[in-house]
Design a protein around this ligand. Structure first.
Ligand code: ADP
Ligand code: MG
Length: 297
């Protein structure tokens, strides 16, 4: 797969605050890459550096395998933090100004307004839009000139559930069209719904990255008890059925290996002459896994 963005050893601090530290990340064509982390973890700083808004202290990055240059800007549409438009001008005029700056023909305005489901509001003043519409206009502006890459920083921040769903729909459509997406978010479920890949940031450091399916895979956890918990625990630990075995309040709590079902554990215990008299499934939510990942280390 073609390399889109490569980040190597990127660091940035604001006075005494280390915003990002030795960040390394590779994003390939067609991926929808989520940058996931709590507030203050360095997401905006990272996106601001790679879109040329601010400069890094250390490290480097390249787009399409080339050192950053003005020509690349046309291939990258971005919306970092809240969009800035002229409140008293209508949407069409606001987008015309951006077209003038970017050297794009006005014809593209109607395409992006339609994509952002705003064509009916083209004559409305920006100030009359709902928050969700403003955000969608920001995405529309980022889509002017049909860039291959879309960089969005928390595009659903502050929106109500309906607004969130509408923005998400617009973004997913772009991913389905084959655009490469880089999306910063502090909301796990948003990344899960939109992204194919995820990098988890905490206090400016990369905790983990990879395919969403692998990183945020749901784990099946069950609690069990039998006549001899200690013996069953030992047997399970020595088997390939479980990823983890712990004792909690007199119960054995196991995280099952992939494709292993609770009935496999039952059969395994029985074949070892241990009869299970308590078994309860406790699926671990993705939310709790993410929180744990961010909490640890
Ligand atoms: P995120 O987007 O994940 O919320 P940011 O990149 O905005 O994180 O911020 C990372 C850290 O850098 C935070 O501690 C934040 O307070 C700090 N920071 C960000 N921008 C500035 C700035 N302009 N001046 C001083 N500190 C900043
Ligand atoms: Mg931010």
């Amino acid at each position: 797969m073609k390399e889109i963005l490569s980040i190597r050893g990127l660091s940035k601090s604001y006075k005494n605050i280390q915003a990002i530290q030795n960040l390394n990340l590779n994003i390939s064509e067609g991926q929808a890459y989520g940058i996931l982390g709590p507030n203050g973890s360095g997401k905006t700083t990272t996106l601001s550096i790679v879109t040329g808004i601010i400069r890094q202290d250390e490290g480097s990055f390249s787009w399409f395998g080339e050192t950053p240059n003005a020509n690349q800007r046309k291939s990258i549409g971005s919306l970092i933090e809240t969009p800035h438009f002229y409140p008293y001008l209508n949407l069409e005029k606001n987008l015309k100004i951006i077209c003038d700056i970017k050297g794009i023909s006005y014809g593209d305005i109607y395409r992006v307004l339609e994509t952002a489901r705003l064509e009916e509001r083209k004559k409305s003043r920006f100030s009359t839009l709902s928050l969700g519409m403003k955000q969608r206009l920001g995405i529309a502006a980022a889509l002017l000139g049909d860039p291959r890459i879309l960089v969005l920083d928390e595009p659903t921040n502050g929106l109500d559930p309906e607004g969130i769903a509408e923005v998400r729909e617009v973004v997913i459509e772009q991913v389905e069209k084959g655009k490469t997406l880089i999306l910063a978010s502090h909301i796990l479920s948003e990344v899960e719904k939109i992204c194919t890949h995820v990098a988890i940031l905490k206090k400016g450091e990369l905790l983990a990255n990879g395919p969403v399916k692998e990183l945020l895979a749901e784990e099946e956890i069950i609690e069990i008890s039998c006549m001899n918990n200690e013996l069953l625990k030992q047997k399970l630990e020595a088997s390939h059925l479980v990823k983890e075995v712990e004792t909690e309040n007199g119960l054995i709590v196991v995280t099952l290996s992939e494709k292993v079902l609770p009935e496999d554990i039952n059969a395994f215990a029985f074949s070892n002459e241990l009869v299970i008299h308590h078994m309860l499934s406790r699926k671990r939510s993705l939310e709790s896994q993410f929180l744990e990942l961010v909490k640890e280390e």
